[in-house]
Design a binder for this molecule. Structure first.
Ligand SMILES: Nc1nc(=O)c2c([nH]1)NC[C@@H]1CN(c3ccc(C(=O)N[C@@H](CCC(=O)O)C(=O)O)cc3)CN21
Ligand SMILES: CC(C)C(=O)C(=O)O
Ligand SMILES: [Mg+2]
Length: 271
C-alpha cells in the first residue's frame, strides 16, 4: 500500500462523490511517463490513456489500428507517474466488441499487467453484457457515447452526433443501460449541449464531456490538443491553452543554431 499519506488517490468513488457534491471533474489524456507526471503534479483528477494515442503518439488517421499491447505500454508508463490521479485506459477497437469472455480477458490483462485503475469502452446497449461481465469481475468501467471514434467507418464523419431525435433517444437509453450495467461514469463526445445536460441530470453517475457543453459533470480534452502540440487540429470544442508546437520549434531552432555556430557547448558545459 501507499506510504505517502499526503497524496490522496482519486478513486471511482471520489468521482461519483464529486458529482453528488457538484464539484466538476477535470480529465486529460496522457500516454507517457513525463507528461503524466506533469498532469498528476498539477492536480488533474483523471488521466485517460486514450486510444487517441493511435493519432497523437503513432500518427494513425483513426483510433482503429492501435493494439492492446500498444495501449498497455502507454498505460503502464502513465501508472508509474500517477500518484494522485485515477488512471483510466481505453480498451482498443476489436478487444471487446465481440465475445464477452474475450473482452474480460483483455480487461484483466490491462488491469494485471499495467496497474491501471479503470477501463473505458465505447457503445451502449450493444456492449451491455460485456460491461456487466467486466464490472462483475471487479473492474471499474467508464462508458463512452455520442461520437465514438472506434466506429468512424460506420459514421463516415467526425461531425456532431445525436442531433436527430431517434439518435438522441437511443443515447438517453444507452446512458441508462450503462449506468444499470455498473459504469462509474460516461464520456459524452460531440453531442448537443442540451442533450448532454439532460442526460447528465438523468444519471447518478458523472458525465465527462468533450464537445458536449458545460452541463456535463466534468470535461476531457486530448492533452496534445490543449497544449497546442497538435498543429492544425482546431475543432470548435477545443480550447488551446498553449502553443507548444511553436515554443518547442523555437527552442529546437535555437539549439540547431547554437550547434552549427559552435555556441553550444560552452566551457561550463563540458568536462
Ligand atoms: N488529437 C485528438 N483529439 C481528439 O479530440 C480525439 C482524437 N485525437 N482521437 C480520437 C477522438 C476523435 N475525435 C475527434 C476527431 C475529429 C474531430 C474533427 O475533425 N472535428 C472537426 C471536423 C468535424 C466534421 O467533419 O464535421 C471539427 O471542426 O469539429 C473531432 C474530434 C476526438 N478524439
Ligand atoms: C477523447 C477521449 C474521450 C478519448 O476517448 C481518447 O482520447 O481516446
Ligand atoms: Mg478513446
Amino acid at each position: 500500500m501507499s506510504v505517502n499519506k499526503e497524496i490522496k488517490r482519486v478513486t471511482t468513488h471520489t468521482i461519483r462523490q464529486m458529482k453528488a457534491n457538484g464539484e466538476k471533474i477535470a480529465m486529460l489524456t496522457g500516454y507517457d511517463y513525463s507528461m503524466a507526471r506533469i498532469l498528476d503534479d498539477a492536480g488533474i483528477d483523471i488521466i485517460l490513456v486514450g486510444d487517441s494515442a493511435a493519432n497523437v503518439m503513432a500518427g494513425y488517421e483513426t483510433t482503429v489500428p492501435i493494439t492492446l499491447e500498444e495501449m498497455m505500454f502507454h498505460a503502464a508508463a502513465v501508472v508509474r507517474a500517477a500518484k494522485h490521479a485515477l488512471v483510466v485506459v481505453d480498451l482498443p477497437f476489436g478487444t471487446y466488441q465481440g465475445d464477452s469472455s474475450d473482452a474480460l480477458k483483455a480487461a484483466v490483462r490491462v488491469m494485471k499487467e499495467t496497474g491501471a485503475h479503470a477501463l473505458k469502452v465505447e457503445g451502449g446497449i450493444e456492449i451491455q453484457d460485456t460491461v456487466k461481465r467486466i464490472v462483475n469481475a471487479g473492474i471499474p468501467v467508464m462508458g463512452h457515447l455520442g461520437l465514438t471514434p472506434q466506429s468512424i467507418y460506420k459514421f463516415g464523419t467526425y461531425t456532431v452526433r445525436a442531433k436527430e431525435e431517434a439518435e438522441a433517444n437511443k443515447l438517453k437509453t444507452d446512458a441508462k443501460y450503462l449506468q444499470d450495467a455498473g459504469c462509474f461514469g460516461i464520456v459524452l463526445e460531440k453531442i448537443p449541449a442540451q442533450l448532454a445536460t439532460e442526460v447528465t441530470a438523468s444519471l447518478a453517475i458523472p458525465t465527462i464531456g468533450i464537445g458536449a457543453g458545460a452541463g456535463c459533470d466534468g470535461q476531457v480534452l486530448v492533452v496534445h490538443d490543449m497544449l497546442g502540440l497538435n498543429k492544425g487540429f482546431k475543432p470548435k470544442f477545443l480550447r488551446q491553452y498553449l502553443n507548444l508546437y511553436e515554443a518547442i520549434g523555437e527552442a529546437v531552432g535555437h539549439y540547431i543554431r547554437d550547434v552549427k555556430s559552435s555556441a553550444f557547448p560552452n566551457e561550463n558545459e563540458q568536462y
